[in-house]
Write a protein that binds this ligand. Structure first.
Ligand code: UD1
Length: 436
């Protein structure tokens, strides 16, 4: 077991080359199952979630090699149509393999990825959409037995909510279906565009239309392709929140700045200067931040739920009272208890968090119970006075590549070590893998 020790209170300065997107890499890796050939994916981050996706690919019969940030996936040998329970439980997004397996093999047997600390996270939209394409899905003891008696057939699917995962699953299943599929009220996240770009490079016909529609014309076969994964907008926002909270002047390189325009406004309202140039974003922060009164998480292009925790950590020491409303997940405030233990004053009323800014946070031992809570506690530790011992590091490693080295490159004082001694902790939340 590892922990990250942060000696806070340092100004952050410097340049950092941003990692590739976790949330793009995972569905694109699943898409490799569809391509009967060799795919080369550049800018794939080194994360435990990516490693979990690779294990599923290998189990299905793919050969996967990694060289730095490039993964090569040879999917010519895909023949297995089951995913063992332990692999499914490693991460929620393993469910996107369902659409890909149905598309390639016409059948799939896997367990549901299970509940999650950040809410129920059901998969009803995934299943009803795949059924609409013609898949027969039986649910038995949290396992799914899926077959397509005939080839999947394109249809019109109108999502009641623009679920990212459901949109991806439909795209993956529909590219090899007969005829055309239209997804209405589809998710519009940049990761959807990235998946579409990879699928098109493999020979699929996917068109992202205005107004949240996606049109897919089924083709008979896909081939492998070379693709560069987009940069990770959530990692970018976490590092920006850290720079804002600590004060500093940070440049993030290799970013698609258009992907987080809506969030720049929040940093500016807090008193930071954000300058976006092609491929780079610079954040400058001086003096105490100001509170931001109305932040509401929304589907893209709204404020991302994945950035809620890190931005909340940033606002803990802002002057005045900030208000954040979480509309996407019903239970995504697990970081609040730990932030309050560091001296923050945050109240939760249902889906609303009210953050009364305090003059400073104080380092202590804290535990991350999910990925984005981990990012938030790192931000808080960097801004806090004294030493923070951050546990639950395995959650952080799911989505942030070598977080301590990245932040050290920005002059942070932090390091990873094996868990030390028998440090007392007042709060021991359940440790459970979940999506994010
Ligand atoms: C993806 C992201 C995650 C992000 C989330 C929202 C990946 C790997 N993960 O997760 O980081 O926080 O989008 O931007 O890309 N829902 C249903 N039924 C369904 C599916 C979803 O009710 O069948 C609900 C969920 O419970 C949740 C909301 O829809 O309340 C959003 O979920 P969704 O967009 O599907 O998120 P994920 O794809 O799981």
């Amino acid at each position: 077991m590892e922990e990250i020790i942060i000696r806070g209170g340092r100004r952050l300065e410097g340049k950092l080359r941003l990692q590739g997107s976790k949330n793009s890499s995972l569905p694109i890796l699943a898409a490799c199952v569809l391509a009967d050939g060799v795919s080369v994916l550049h800018n794939c981050p080194v994360l435990t979630d990516v490693a979990a996706a690779v294990r599923i690919l290998e189990h299905l019969g793919c050969t996967v090699t990694r060289e730095g940030h490039t993964l090569t996936v040879d999917s010519r040998g895909v023949s297995c149509y089951t995913v063992p329970e332990d692999m499914m439980h490693e991460m929620r997004s393993s469910i996107v393999f369902l659409g890909a397996m149905l598309g390639r093999l016409g059948k799939a047997e896997l367990c549901t990825p299970g509940g999650c600390e950040i809410g129920l996270r059901p998969i009803d939209l995934h299943l009803s959409s795949l059924r609409a394409l013609g898949a027969q899905i039986e649910e038995q003891n949290a396992c799914l037995h899926c077959v397509c008696r005939e080839k999947l057939k394109g249809t019109v699917i109108s999502l009641s909510f623009p679920s990212v995962g459901a949109t991806e699953n439909i795209m993956l299943a529909a590219v090899l279906a007969e005829g055309s599929t239209t997804i209405l009220n589809a998710a519009r996240e940049p990761e959807i565009d990235d998946l579409a770009a990879f699928l098109c490079a493999c020979g699929a016909k996917v068109q992202i239309c205005s107004g949240g529609a996606i049109r897919i014309e089924g083709v008979k076969k896909l081939h492998g392709a070379e693709h560069t994964v987009i940069s990770d907008r959530i990692a970018a926002l976490t590092y920006m929140a850290a720079a804002a909270a600590c004060g500093g002047d940070v440049v993030l390189e290799q970013v698609q700045t258009a992907h987080f325009l809506s969030v720049n406004r929040v940093f500016e309202q807090a008193g930071c200067r954000v300058t976006a140039t092609p491929g780079e974003v610079r954040i400058q922060s001086q003096g105490r931040l100001s509170a931001v009164r109305d932040i509401r998480t929304l589907p893209y292009p709204g404020f991302p739920t994945d950035a809620q925790a890190a931005v909340m950590a940033m606002l803990c020491t802002a002057k005045g009272t900030s208000v954040m409303v979480e509309t996407i997940f019903e239970n995504r405030f697990h970081h609040v208890h730990e932030l309050n233990r560091m001296g923050a004053r945050i109240r939760i009323e249902g889906r609303v968090a009210i953050i009364d800014g305090v003059a400073s946070l104080t380092g202590t031992a804290v535990t991350a119970v999910d990925l984005r809570a981990g990012g938030a506690l790192a931000v808080a530790g960097l801004a806090a006075k004294g030493e923070t011992v951050l546990r639950g590091v395995h959650h952080i490693d799911r989505g942030y590549e070598n977080i301590e080295a990245c932040l050290r490159a920005l002059c942070a004082d932090m390091e990873r070590s094996a868990v030390r001694g028998n440090r007392q902790q007042k709060f021991q939340p359940p440790v459970r893998q979940c999506g994010g």
